[in-house]
Design a protein. Structure first.
Length: 336
């Protein structure tokens, strides 16, 4: 049985505005990633994906605050740890993070090797510069990056090369879990392909044990991850394998999301695109019932009456809807 390297239990985090209003961007989210597995997280902009990614670090900066729940990394609950201990022992060593617009994370006035020295010495101060250079050179070569990059300034690198450099640097200490927040965004198609291959190589070569890959493109996750979790308005609305979620979605939102994206995969080509009407709810004052109800064409009065739990199916999937799975599938079939 595979070992669980990352588990999140009922995690809730919020932003507090300058008017002291709470925005629950991550609302009772649970997930689990086993060793050797990859989890994709998808959803529209503003659904809570990036906030969840930041929350998984267990290291909070205002206006983001931890509210409740647990984040368990390799059997250790990091939510109860001192922030300085989290920074020294967890970040980079156990869990590493690639932020959005990662290509802008490099200091333009310093060479790449200097940036890597800062990362390693923050966790392993006893490491010499010679050891750091050898470690960086070996890691860059293993990931298909020329070692000459180490002596360059960021301005001398292309966007794709910067992105790959940040990824290589983020896993320099071989963390157990890598959280990648849209690592291929803002790149041309060729650079996207190289970045995605590099992320997949991290798993295949054993540099990382598990991957959490975040994007708004569901079809991309089909080619990168084993499992997919779909978020909407801070909550999980569906969870299943990549194959199931992309080709056989249960929740109306997941189905609508797939129907609004151009998909090249066989079996989904030629499907007419359809926009999702309306906008996500204001999380300062989220609706009491289903958060997708105002945009869902299958919504009934009961959907708006009370909160909806995440239901586990017999096949091991999960979805958040009061309509039984069999009835949803019947509705979908009648539309075809």
């Amino acid at each position: 049985m595979a070992k669980t390297v990352l588990e999140v239990r009922e995690l809730t985090t919020r932003y507090i505005t300058r008017f002291r209003e709470s925005i629950y961007a991550v609302d009772h989210v649970s997930l689990k990633v086993d060793e050797g597995r990859s989890l994709g997280i998808a959803g529209e902009s503003g659904c809570g994906k990036s906030t969840l990614a930041l929350s998984l670090m267990g290291y909070y900066f205002p206006p983001l605050y931890y509210t409740s729940g647990q984040i368990i990394v390799d059997e250790r609950n990091i939510t109860g740890m001192d922030p300085d201990d989290v920074r020294k022992t967890i970040l980079g060593n156990e869990v590493s993070y690639i932020p959005q617009a990662a290509m802008n994370a490099l200091n333009p006035t310093r060479r790449v090797i200097n940036f890597i020295e800062d990362v390693i010495q923050a966790h392993r101060p006893e490491t010499t510069k010679r050891e750091i250079y050898d470690m960086a050179r070996e890691r860059f070569e293993l990931l298909g990056l020329p070692p000459e990059v180490l002596e360059k300034f960021p301005v001398e690198l292309s966007g794709g090369m910067k992105q790959r450099t940040v990824i290589a640097t983020s896993v320099i200490l071989s963390p157990k879990v890598l959280v990648a927040d849209e690592p291929s965004s803002a790149l041309d198609v060729t650079s996207q392909k190289m970045v995605i291959k590099m992320v997949m190589d991290l798993m295949e070569k054993g540099i990382i044990k598990a991957l959490v890959f975040i994007t708004h493109e569901l079809p991309l996750l089909y080619n990168v991850t084993d499992d997919i979790m779909v978020m909407y308005a801070g909550q999980v609305v569906e969870r299943g394998t990549a194959q199931e979620t992309v080709f056989d979605p249960i929740h109306p939102y997941t189905r609508a999301l797939m129907g609004s994206i151009i998909v090249p995969e066989a079996g989904l080509r030629g499907v007419k695109l359809a926009a999702i009407p309306g906008t996500p709810p204001n999380l300062k004052r989220p609706p009491s019932g289903c958060r997708f109800a105002e945009r869902c064409k299958y919504a009934m009065p009961e959907c708006r009456a009370a909160s909806v739990d995440l239901h586990e199916t017999k096949a091991g999937r999960a979805y958040r809807c009061i309509i039984p799975e069999e009835d949803l599938r019947r509705l979908y079939k009648n539309e075809q």
